[in-house]
Design a protein around this ligand. Structure first.
Ligand code: SF4
Length: 385
C-alpha cells in the first residue's frame, strides 16, 4: 500500500471528477432519502466527502442520513477519531444548512459483545460462528432505518471496492444489478450505490491526499492513523451479504473491534503499539488470550444453552463457555480496564451478565442435573469508569 507522504493539493485526476459527477447525478435525480454509511475509515471518507459536495450543490436533494456503528468494542483510537469527525460534520452541516444528519448506532445491551461473550458464553467469534457482525452492526443499522425511514424506498451508499480482496470482488459481482448498484439482501426497496467500486487503494489515498474536505482542513489525521497502524478497516455493515465477505475479519491489517478474533493476529493494534501507543498493549494481549482459549475444550460446556448435546460427523460439538471461564474472562477484562484506565464495559452490562449466569446456573442444575457452583464476580476489587 502506497501511503501518501503529505496532503498536497495536486490537480484532481479526471477519474475522481467523473465519480463526483456520478454521485451528483445519482443524488440529484433520486426520489428517496439516502443512508451514507461512514466508518471513519478511508473508503467511507471518500464517499461521504463526495456526498457532502453533492448535498451543497443540490439543496433540493433528498435528506442524507450519515450512519456510523459504534460496536462499543471499537479500537479506542478509531472511535476517538470517529467521534471527533461526527462533531466536525455536525458543525459543518449546521453552518451550511445542509439536508444531512449524522447518527451513531450502538447494539442494545442484550446484544453487546460482552453480554454475548461473557453473559451467554458464546465462544469468541470465528468464521464458523460469526455472531458479532449482525448483532453489533447490521441489526443496529437496520433498527435505525426502521425507526427513521420505516418501510419507504431508500438509497444506501457504501464505500465498497472490488480491489479490497478477491472475495469482496466476488461478492460485489454476485449482488450487482448494474455497474454501480446492487441489491440489499433483506430490504427489497433499498438500492445500494457503490460509487468507488473500481478505485484501488492507491486511488483512495491519492484522493484523500489531494482534496480539501468540504469542512476545510485536510485528511492528515486519518492518513496518519493508517500510517501508524498500517491498517485497513472493518466497514459499517448494513447488509447481511457482508457476512460472506472477509470485511472485518480475515483480511489484515484492518481497523475494527479491538476484541476481534476473526483475524489470527491484529496487525493494526500491533502497528499502533509499534508506533508508540503502548497503552494498547493490554488490549492486544487480552484479545490474543481470547483467541488462544477459544478452542480449548476445557473452557466449554458439552451441551448448548438449551441443554442439548449435538454431534457433527460423529464428533461432539462443544457449546458455550463454562461459567467458571466466563468469570475468568470478566475478571481479566476488569484487570485490563484498570490497567488502561478506559471504560471497556458498562456497569449495566455487568449486571446483565450476572443475571444470565444465574439463569444458566439454575437451568443447567434443574434440567441437566449439573451442579455448577459459581462465585459472584467481586466488583469491589476493581474500579469502573
Ligand atoms: S471487527 Fe471482528 S468482532 Fe467486530 S464486528 Fe467485525 S468481525 Fe465481528
Amino acid at each position: 500500500m502506497n501511503m501518501p507522504k503529505n496532503g498536497n493539493a495536486a490537480k484532481l485526476p479526471s477519474q475522481f471528477k467523473n465519480i463526483q459527477k456520478l454521485v451528483d447525478d445519482v443524488y440529484r435525480n433520486s426520489t428517496s432519502p439516502w443512508v451514507v454509511t461512514y466508518s471513519g475509515g478511508k473508503d467511507s471518507s471518500v464517499v461521504l466527502d463526495m456526498f457532502l459536495r453533492s448535498a451543497k450543490k443540490y439543496p433540493d436533494g433528498k435528506h442524507i442520513y450519515v450512519v456510523s456503528n459504534n460496536t462499543r468494542v471499537e479500537s479506542p483510537l478509531v472511535i476517538g477519531q470517529l467521534e471527533k469527525m461526527h462533531k466536525i460534520l455536525r458543525r459543518y452541516i449546521e453552518a451550511e444548512g445542509l439536508k444531512v444528519s449524522v447518527h451513531m448506532t450502538e447494539p442494545p445491551l442484550y446484544d453487546s459483545f460482552w453480554v454475548n461473550l461473557i453473559g451467554k458464553g458464546y465462544p469468541a467469534p470465528n468464521q464458523m460462528f460469526r455472531w458479532c457482525t449482525s448483532r453489533l452492526k447490521i441489526d443496529p443499522t437496520s433498527a435505525f432505518i426502521d425507526r427513521t425511514i420505516g418501510n419507504k424506498d431508500l438509497m444506501m451508499s457504501v464505500g465498497t471496492r472490488a480491489a479490497e480482496s478477491a472475495s469482496r470482488k466476488r461478492n460485489i459481482d454476485k449482488h450487482s444489478v448494474s455497474e454501480f448498484f446492487s441489491t440489499h439482501t433483506t430490504r427489497q426497496n433499498t438500492q445500494i450505490f457503490m460509487p468507488i467500486r473500481y478505485l484501488t487503494d492507491d486511488d483512495v489515498w491519492e484522493y484523500l491526499a489531494s482534496v480539501t474536505p468540504p469542512w476545510g482542513g485536510d485528511y492528515m489525521d486519518l492518513i496518519n492513523l493508517y500510517r501508524e497502524a498500517y491498517g485497513g478497516e472493518c466497514p459499517v455493515v448494513a447488509d447481511a451479504s457482508a457476512l460472506s465477505q472477509p470485511s472485518c475479519g480475515e483480511r489484515s491489517p484492518r481497523f475494527g473491534c479491538w476484541t476481534c478474533t476473526l483475524v489470527k493476529d491484529d496487525s493494526s493494534l500491533q502497528g499502533l503499539i509499534a508506533s508508540g501507543y503502548m497503552n494498547l498493549k493490554p488490549l492486544y494481549d487480552f484479545r490474543n488470550w481470547l483467541v488462544e482459549t477459544r478452542d480449548d475444550i476445557t473452557t466449554r460446556l458439552p451441551f448448548n444453552r438449551q441443554g442439548q448435546t449435538r454431534y457433527k460427523n460423529g464428533l461432539l460439538v462443544y457449546g458455550p463457555y463454562r461459567l467458571e471461564h466466563r468469570l475468568e474472562i470478566l475478571t481479566k477484562l476488569m484487570t485490563v480496564q484498570k490497567t488502561v484506565g478506559a471504560n471497556l464495559i458498562l456497569d449495566q452490562e455487568i449486571d446483565l451478565i450476572h443475571d444470565l449466569w444465574e439463569e444458566d446456573r439454575v437451568f443447567f442444575q434443574r434440567y441437566i442435573g449439573v451442579r455448577i457452583p459459581l462465585n459472584k464476580f467481586d466488583e469491589s476489587e476493581f474500579v469502573t469508569f
